[in-house]
Design a protein around this ligand. Structure first.
Ligand code: HEC
Ligand code: HEC
Ligand code: HEC
Ligand code: HEC
Length: 445
């Protein structure tokens, strides 16, 4: 956080200097030319000492190759293998040493999902997300599009450091290549967030810069923030119609209403005609970044200037006194002492977890209740439609309600914090979904 403040102060001072020269535009100055910005660089990070850098992107794609220079970060990165269960989060259950890791099957846990996603691949396979080390395995094993001939390389976009190498080589042609041709052995790792030459923090996915060009932020100025590395993947997206490149639907803003407006401009790759109602509905994808930083309500933690890394990558000190950041991305509730107690010290560990879980519990209950209500509405509308018991104009109106309600509900349902990241906004969006479902239910009673 300190760095962010320092950075903002520098920016403000620079702006002040620029404006204060306003009346004197012709005067020669001997101020040095600003260094040309390397695209993707995050301004505030410095190069690492003693790291010779990698000659090629391909060498750097193997995270193990970084281990000898950065043993602390590597060790923590490897630990994303551990399954850590919390009340509402964590990757899954590991019952005992030597047992298979149990992936949590959402379709079994929440039967309404098969109805809500009917006709879309998510109704075929949907597991709880887990640590970065599993990203590649999980996309290889997915039951959503079992036939590899049908799968574009774009499915790899957020699963592997190899993508950085392949985009460098094939440019945007990468995204439409066959899956089998691009699948390698490297999962999410160092090269996804760091420059291979000097290890500085770097955004490696071009599509984020395309989204940031919309300048649609209200709450934060994202430039220079470490958590842009997370915004490469922990955001809602769809694939571009022709190239299959990920597009973040931020043209009109980041709130759920703004994103719905973006979707309404043209049919997106992840929209489909619902098998039961025929409504055009969208599949939202994990909008952690948007919910945390934006919305009609802005969460206290974002307003305080915190970013993803403050809670998910707390600072550590090793035996030699070097400070570094924990690279095990997991639930912060397994390390509240490092992530929360510097501010909530007066609450203590147990009460902090309790307060967080009490917030999550209310959102969790509501999102599941509304998920089930949505399924009921879908089935009721489907019945009416099948029996020809609803006039065409009423059917269109009910489909519009279905589209909108599902967009709002899914936005919160798939967001992985169970409301913690922005609880007021989560309740607001879910309440809007529920009001729409009620209105729809009146029509199909
Ligand atoms: C290149 C894409 C990518 C980037 C960059 C990325 N993530 Fe992830 N993250 C994923 C994927 C994919 C998963 C789910 C993997 C799975 O389920 O197999 C995931 C899962 C997670 C999880 C869940 C872990 C668990 O045990 O359930 C957390 C927490 C997380 N990421 C935090 C972050 C944070 C914080 C950042 C930024 C510092 C970040 N991620 C950057 C792709 C990414
Ligand atoms: C998901 C993004 C992400 C991945 C993957 C990642 N890092 Fe980082 N790393 C960061 C961010 C963000 C920071 C800056 C954290 C801060 O200053 O608060 C950082 C900081 C560092 C630093 C500076 C010292 C420190 O720990 O703060 C080193 C060195 C480093 N990372 C090495 C690695 C290595 C080696 C790997 C692979 C094993 C790796 N990182 C993987 C995002 C990532
Ligand atoms: C103020 C602290 C805080 C900040 C900042 C924060 N998170 Fe979280 N995050 C949490 C908590 C608490 C949870 C809930 C964990 C649980 O349920 O056990 C969570 C959950 C998650 C999860 C699901 C992890 C799991 O165990 O299932 C992901 C993924 C995630 N956050 C990503 C992000 C991203 C990306 C950002 C930045 C946009 C971010 N977080 C910012 C505190 C934070
Ligand atoms: C930079 C300081 C800071 C950090 C770090 C921080 N918080 Fe907060 N948090 C606040 C402030 C300030 C408030 C609003 C005032 C209050 O309720 O104490 C708040 C509010 C909350 C609330 C709402 C309290 C209520 O009932 O209204 C919860 C729960 C919470 N934080 C949990 C956490 C957890 C869990 C973490 C770590 C993952 C965390 N916070 C990290 C400063 C912080």
């Amino acid at each position: 956080m300190k760095k962010v403040i320092l950075f903002s102060v520098t920016v403000c001072m620079t702006l002040f200097l620029i404006f204060s020269c306003g009346g004197d535009a012709d005067r020669e100055t001997d101020a040095p030319e600003p260094a040309p910005e390397k695209k993707g660089e995050i301004a505030e990070t410095e190069a690492a000492d003693g790291f010779p850098g990698f000659e090629t992107l391909a060498e750097a794609a193997d995270s193990e190759a970084w281990a000898e220079y950065f043993p602390n970060e590597f060790e923590y990165w490897e630990a994303t293998e551990e399954m850590r269960m919390t009340t509402y989060g964590g990757g899954g259950r590991r019952e005992a040493e030597g047992m298979d890791i149990e992936k949590m099957d959402y379709l079994e846990m929440y039967p309404f999902l098969k109805i809500n996603y009917a006709g879309f691949p998510f109704s075929k396979g949907y597991y709880r997300s887990r640590g970065h080390i599993y990203a590649l395995t999980d996309v290889i094993d997915t039951e959503r599009i079992p036939d590899w001939d049908q799968r574009p390389a774009a499915c790899m976009s957020c699963k592997s450091t190899d993508v950085v190498v392949l985009i460098d080589k094939h440019s945007d042609d990468f995204f439409g290549m066959p899956f089998a041709e691009v699948v390698g052995k490297n999962t999410v790792g160092c090269l996804d967030c760091h420059d291979h030459r000097d290890a500085s923090v770097k955004v490696q996915r071009e599509w984020l810069f395309e989204a940031l060009a919309h300048e649609s932020f209200r709450n934060i100025k994202p430039e220079g923030r470490n958590d842009l590395t997370c915004a490469q993947c922990h955001v809602n997206y769809y694939f571009h119609e022709e190239t299959r490149k990920p597009v973040l639907p931020w043209s009109t803003g980041l709130s759920v209403e703004d994103q719905l407006e973006d979707y309404s401009a043209a049919r997106r790759s992840d929209e489909w005609e619902h098998e039961i109602t025929g409504a055009l509905v969208a599949k939202i994808q994990h909008p952690e970044y948007e919910l945390f930083h934006e919305g009609k309500n802005i969460n206290i933690h974002s307003r305080l200037g915190l970013g993803c890394t403050d809670c998910h990558m707390p600072e550590k000190t090793d035996a030699e006194g070097h400070t570094y950041n924990a690279h095990t991305w997991t639930s912060p509730l397994v390390h509240v002492e490092e992530s929360c107690l510097r501010c909530h010290g007066s609450w203590g560990e147990e009460a902090t977890i309790k307060k967080a879980e009490s917030i999550q519990g209310k959102v969790y209950a509501k999102q599941n209740r509304i998920g089930a209500e949505l399924a009921e509405f879908i089935l009721a509308l489907g019945e009416k439609k099948k029996n020809g018991a609803i006039p065409e104009d009423e059917l269109e109106k009910a489909r519009k309600i279905h589209r909108e309600a599902q967009f709002y509900w899914d936005f919160i349902w798939v967001e992985n914090s169970n409301g913690f990241h922005n609880w007021q906004e989560a309740h607001r969006v879910l309440d809007n979904a529920e009001a729409l479902i009620k209105e729809g239910m009146e029509m199909v009673k």
